[in-house]
Design a protein around this ligand. Sequence first.
Ligand code: PLP
Length: 404
Amino acid sequence: MIYEKMSQATKTMKSSMIRELVASTKNIEGLISFAGGFPSPKTFPREILSKLYHDVVLNEGETILQYGGSQGDSLLATELLKWEGYDDLSTDQILITAGATNAIFYMCAALLEPGDVILCEAPSFLGSLVGFEAMGAELHAIPLDQEGLDMDALGTKVEKLKKAGKRIKFIYTIPDFHNPTGVTMSLQRRKKLIEFALAMEIPILEDNPYAQLRYSGESLPSLFRVAHDEYSNTEIVTEVVTFSKILGPGMRLGYVKGSKVLIERMCSWQQKVNIAPDNVSQRVAARFLIEGHMQPHLESIRSFYQPYLEKMLKCMADYLPSYIQYSKPEGGIFTWLWLPEDMSADLLFEQAKAHKVTFIPGSKFYPVGQEKFNCLRLNFSYSSLEQIDQGMQSLGKLMEDFYT
Ligand SMILES: Cc1ncc(COP(=O)(O)O)c(C=O)c1O
């Protein structure tokens, strides 16, 4: 009976296909997995966090175990702005949330009417895509190249949608070490995108969980930073950052920066949905920053992950057939493979599973009806170096044997 009472959006809501795929391989003994997207638990700063949690609860518990404000802990907000070097922004331009997922939900809640268009990269982060669809958005996918969003394709798409009378609400992008492709948007492309967005008056939602995970090369300014520094604009880009990949996703802590008026409305949503994010985790994160733990911790996770990326890059070069193309990220936790047009990664997934190796077929990262099947995502932050070697050898062999 209760099912009949459910809203249409709930009835048609998709569960995460990735979670289902990963679950289908759970009981395979000796499995080498390149499928997950979790940070390595070895990077969690457990010692420091346990001391901070203890201290915060014991010494500040009377206030910190109380309900917090919907805007988030003002001490953390101030520290975050300091850490990011925005001395001209006020704390009413930042909202602390329970991870990036919440921030993205509030953005949608604040902006979307059913049928509104979101332009997203193709492929893109499945969690956001299913969230957008659940909120009634119409997704239009824009291809990526080695420098990020394909600006010509974006221009053509926007023109077409405008002609059709569609309401485009925002462009969703993951510019640094993109999930799933590992691609980083070039500086020139960032500027072009902002100029385009300003000219067209289309806001940008920048999802930025991986920028701190750079293991080589030069760091690039976020889109929010470029808009702020070069165009004196803090409205066109709304930037979401999470602690999930740098402290631990279990803390459920993220934040979003943007225009005062949008942040205020997103905060109103937070009040209704969540009252406030976890007060204890917020104060712990504030203390983590104040006591100067962040920089050394980030350096330690970067040097932890670097050999895994190097190993993956070497294995791709050594073991994959020459007709396989792949991204060569300088950070993050993913690489992406382009297979020949007629090689389905969904088929390859089944074969690989039988050989105790898994990955995520690329089709899972596209909006429904806009899928590509000759691509796949590899995660390199979970398996050991030996497993990466062994798993990539098997995968390379399977690809070679695919047509026989
Ligand atoms: C691009 C992207 N956005 C958002 C998230 C979710 O982040 P959070 O744990 O902060 O909700 C992830 C997690 O994998 C991600 O890759």
